[in-house]
Write a protein that binds this ligand. Structure first.
Ligand code: NI
Length: 394
């Protein structure tokens, strides 16, 4: 293990903690579980927390956990730290010695590191408490955009004044951290559209109401939302990623289905785009004598870091790593992240934590070759623990 992060970060952890956290992360990586199936993960995380002497642990949100670490002052604000814990349906191709042992399932988004750094933050705060109580939340089912809402429903965050979390990112070197106010991830609105007409022989289209031609027109019309309706200064995406229709080349089918996703970084842009998907679909379908049904699946708001949350996180990162470690995000991220649901309820900050070893490749998350540099675990744990200290001092 090369000394990528300042020795000061490693020095925050005892040898025992260092060994246990690396073993935990590798064990989670080798045994990934899909959203809502994190049963072994939940038990393993609970065991790791108890081994560090943390015993106020509750199972929440199905396969999640919350651990409470008492603060030194009962009146100080309660702060939450969140680590997500689920994996993805991908066949791993990293060749790591601790690569997934489960065919077709992989920690390709680094949530193994997020879960381990949440345990690391708990260990640091257990040893040197913040002023306020800290709730360490292990959240299931981030990849399907459902876990955060379930954590909120569980009441585990009642009385919490601010929340922090982060994501490993191989666009940045280990030791670099992004902690800035404003949009960090996009809203996600997944849609399915069913167009229904009248089937007929392919030779006699005048006897049909053809949903295939209607589908093509709807797909084209949806492309005008970003190009003609959205302010060019606003980021936005409408992608149709799935179309299904027909059984044979000479049959006009009764119906056609398409599916896609809408992304935006502000609520105003999101509302405009979502409204236009419905408006354009219904009017184009009517023009083609088709009935249309628009259904919405996974939906998450944009992640918008609050100004105070970002300031706390930046000062925490600077304390742990030095000012030079804080770097601008420099990209518009149209990916989704259900941490957004927490930030709708309370201030906080979602960080990007550098996870590329020196000279390493960028490697996108959700790639079968994705791996986060192990040192990122210690950076994330130390910075998040410090976020809790800074925010509960405020
Ligand atoms: Ni992720």
């Amino acid at each position: 293990m090369s000394a990528v992060v300042p020795a000061a970060v490693r020095a925050l952890f005892t040898d025992h903690e260092t060994t246990a956290l690396i073993a935990l992360r590798r064990d989670l990586h080798a045994n990934p579980e899909l959203s809502w199936q994190e049963v072994r993960t939940q038990a393993r995380l609970e065991e790791a927390l108890r081994a560090f002497g943390i015993d106020d642990i509750q199972r929440i949100a199905g396969t999640g956990l919350v651990a409470r670490i008492p603060g030194t002052s009962p009146e100080a604000p309660v702060i939450a730290l969140r680590g997500d814990i689920d994996a993805l349906p991908i066949q791993e191709a990293t060749n790591l010695p601790y690569a997934s042992r489960t065919a077709g399932v992989m920690h390709a988004c680094g949530h193994d590191v997020h879960a381990a750094w949440a345990v690391g933050a708990a260990a640091l705060l257990h040893r040197t408490p913040a002023r306020g109580e800290v709730r360490i939340v292990f959240q299931p089912a981030e990849e399907v955009g459902q876990g955060a809402a379930r954590v909120l429903e569980s009441g585990a965050l009642e009385g919490v004044s601010a929340i922090f979390g982060g994501h490993v990112d191989r666009r940045f070197d280990v030791g670099q951290v992004v902690a800035q106010a404003g949009p960090l991830a996009a809203s996600t609105d997944t849609f399915a559209i069913t167009l229904t007409g009248t089937g007929a022989h392919g030779a006699r289209p005048h006897e049909s109401a053809d949903p295939v031609v209607g589908l093509a027109a709807v797909v084209s019309a949806l492309q005008t939302i970003v190009s003609r309706r959205l302010d060019p200064a606003q980021p936005g995406v409408v992608t149709v990623g799935m179309v299904q229709a027909g059984t044979a080349a000479n049959i006009i089918p009764e119906s056609a289905v398409l599916g896609g996703t809408v992304r935006a970084t502000t609520s105003a842009a999101r509302d405009l785009m979502v409204g236009d998907v419905e408006r354009l679909t219904l009017s184009v379908a009517a023009a083609y004598r088709l009935e249309a049904i628009v259904e919405w699946g996974e939906r998450t708001p944009p992640v918008i870091n609050s100004a105070d949350g970002a300031a706390w996180a930046a000062s925490a990162a600077a304390r742990v790593l030095g000012e030079q470690a804080i770097v601008p995000f420099g990209v518009t991220n149209m990916g989704g992240e259900d941490f957004a649901f927490y930030l709708e309820q309370m201030p906080g900050c979602f960080l990007r934590v550098g996870a590329r070893e020196p000279g390493g490749a960028r490697i996108a998350a959700h790639s079968p070759r994705f791996q986060a540099a192990e040192e990122a675990l210690f950076v994330g744990a130390a910075v998040l623990a410090e976020c809790a200290r800074v925010a509960s001092d405020s």
